[in-house]
Ligand binder design. Sequence first.
Ligand code: KG4
Ligand code: ZN
Length: 399
Amino acid sequence: MTILGIETSCDETAVSVVEGKGGLRRPKFKVLAHVVSSQTAIHAPWGGVVPMLAKREHGKNLIPVLEKTLNNSKLKTKSVKQQLKNKNEIEKILEREPELLEQFLKFIPTIKPPRIDAIAVTYGPGLEPALWAGINFARGLARAWQKPLIPVNHMEGHIYSVLVQSAKRKVQNIKIKFPVLALLISGGHTELILIRDWFEYELLGATRDDAVGEAFDKVARLLDLPYPGGPALSKLARNTQLKDSPWAPLPRPMINSPDFDFSFSGLKTAVLYRVNDLKKQNLFNDEARTALAADFEQAVIDVLLVKTIKAIEKYFPKALLIGGGVSANQPLRRQFTKHFAKHYPTINLLLPEQKLSLDNATMIAVAGYLRLIKGSTLKTRIPKKVEPLITARGNLTLD
Ligand code: KG4
Ligand code: ZN
């Protein structure tokens, strides 16, 4: 089955085409096209993502990104101009996205409906105006091409992103054995989840305040780094030897707490105090910034690793899966890989390919395929309310 995935939950406009094969016992994926258009430069002057700006940019970018994806996947077939099916309905669906509607009406009638089986779109969680641009676009395409629409939870996309190794462009077969422990670390989420079977999620713990990615971004600002902060901070941290730091290490909040929860706002405040101190003493120079960045990054990794090990020791999962934007962090990948190879060699460590750590539509198409073959959850309507993947502690699924 060929799935077109669409992702617009934050500041990436992404469209992918993924071929899925096999049932839930052995799903296999081949990425036919993967296009991500980042709006980073647009939001950088504001120091963060501005939701209405993101929506406007998605409106501008969705058709060009779709066209590029179809070209790359070789699914696009030019044809003589044809009548658009359900034009009135599409005008209604896209009435709040005028720029997108205009491009849609110009482009879609010039191509034959591509040979895809379904359209998967992120319906949440994310920035609401940004999400709606993608959702309405997907609804419009589903109407025009008469294809089923699969709403996908963004975090479920991050989870199943580990099933793809797209760079090799081969059909991959990464077998998942349950139970799986998932560590989800992104700009909006920090969660430890026990997945006992496909789509059965049990929340073990979560952040009580800032998400890890959010903490990276905020601390990066304190260190005068440009948006997006996470990668910039990590790059700066590379230049230091922590041993050389003359300051006491930053705290590792909740590292020894008896639960699986996290807290990162105190760590951010500790950085703020340190920065203020250094500024007072006229010592806030490149060396100090670098040392602080490295210490912060290591504090985060220490807490994540210790809490993950604690969950491993309690639940003995067959695999540990790490997903979300912060899983792109190199020292984190390295340290988890090293630790698990040494102490838990039988636990399968599943990391997304680096480019699939960050927001993309391949993971949405993958999760869409899995939902589609599960069958029972195929809905052609977008749920009115964006339900989180897990709404409370306990066994709650998306259905
Ligand atoms: O999953 P994602 O792309 O978007 C959300 O769903 O939130 O995650 C974005 C977050 C941002 O906070 C960004 O700073 C962080 O992931 N991030 C990183 C790195 N790359 C992205 N944090 C630390 N190190 C990185 N290399
Ligand atoms: Zn994400």
